[in-house]
Design a protein around this ligand. Structure first.
Ligand code: AMP
Length: 278
């Protein structure tokens, strides 16, 4: 992959979309953007063990490689990088790298999934070493991951790669698309709609009511889902550094974020509730 890309004419640009497979329209929207803005699009599929803090989640991660390859072909992907674990972590040193991500990794996903963002940085660092990338396409669905990878590329590695955020693609009923959604039982799939409902409620009520009241009402919506087991967080934050805000007037742009456990999957979502994200 590395020599094929470095042998391309110097006028080429590579748009790279890293994924863990079980592809859906969210992934394909990133590929579409990579195709529009570059001469070569590359997708990777690698279920990265170092970013899973829960072994059950890793073992149950959906794998649909044949269907994925067909989708990539139908959607104009120029090259698929499908490495083995031994190829990505070919030397022990690649698993021992550590990154100073503070304070971006201290809250939310970072606090709830110890080691997760170190693993994400480890794999993306390796992928970018192998794939000489001009533009890196990431989904806003994982907004904290986007902020952290932008920090990795721009400040830690200082490589000349544009990090391009892409909007969240949702099912018709509002659920943010995710590879893990296929694991939800029919009841959980039905109940999962409370995540988007809670975010929408915050967006609609925040201009008119105190923040605490809005959050309490949104939490009450989450509590209506019988199969929702635990809410890791529901909060309104400043999208620059993900710090929680005290009131609606505090910043021009605000993001509502949520993460919750269902019996077969932990789901996350977010939504701009004031201004714009980027
Ligand atoms: P994953 O395969 O879950 O690691 O995701 C690979 C990339 O696709 C990441 O940059 C995600 O943020 C992005 N992505 C996942 N779901 C969505 C979605 N519903 N809309 C937009 N991008 C997404």
């Amino acid at each position: 992959m590395h020599s094929w890309l470095t042998d391309q004419p110097s006028t080429h640009t590579v748009g790279f979309v890293p994924t863990m497979g079980a592809l859906h329209d969210g992934h394909l929207s990133l590929l579409q953007r990579a195709n529009q803005e570059n001469t070569i699009s590359v997708c990777s599929i690698f279920v990265n063990p170092t970013q899973f803090n829960d072994p059950n989640d890793y073992n149950a991660y959906p794998k649909t490689i044949e269907a994925d390859m067909q989708l990539l072909q139908e959607n104009g992907c120029d090259a698929l990088f499908l490495p083995t674990e031994a190829e990505i972590y070919s030397a022990p040193a690649y698993r021992q790298r550590s990154y100073d991500l503070s304070p971006l990794d201290e809250r939310w996903e970072g606090a709830n999934r110890p080691g997760h963002f170190q693993g994400v940085c480890m794999v993306v660092h390796r992928l970018l070493e192998i794939i000489p990338t001009h533009r890196l396409y990431l989904g806003q669905k994982d907004f904290q991951q986007y902020l952290i990878l932008k920090h990795l590329v721009n400040h830690i590695l200082q490589w000349p790669i544009a990090v391009v955020p892409c909007p969240i693609i949702r099912e018709a009923d509002g659920l943010a698309m995710s590879s893990r959604n296929v694991r939800l039982s029919p009841q959980e799939r039905q109940d999962s709609l409370v995540l988007f409902a809670a975010l929408q409620h915050l967006k609609e009520t925040l201009p008119f009511q105190p923040l605490d009241t809005c959050l309490a009402e949104a939490k009450a919506l989450l509590a209506k889902a019988p199969s929702l087991q635990e809410v890791d967080y529901l909060s309104v934050v400043d999208p620059i550094d993900l710090s929680p805000i005290a009131d609606f007037a505090q910043a021009d742009n605000l993001l509502a974020i949520v993460a919750a456990h269902f019996p077969h999957a932990r789901l996350i979502d977010n939504q701009v509730v004031k201004g714009k994200l980027l």
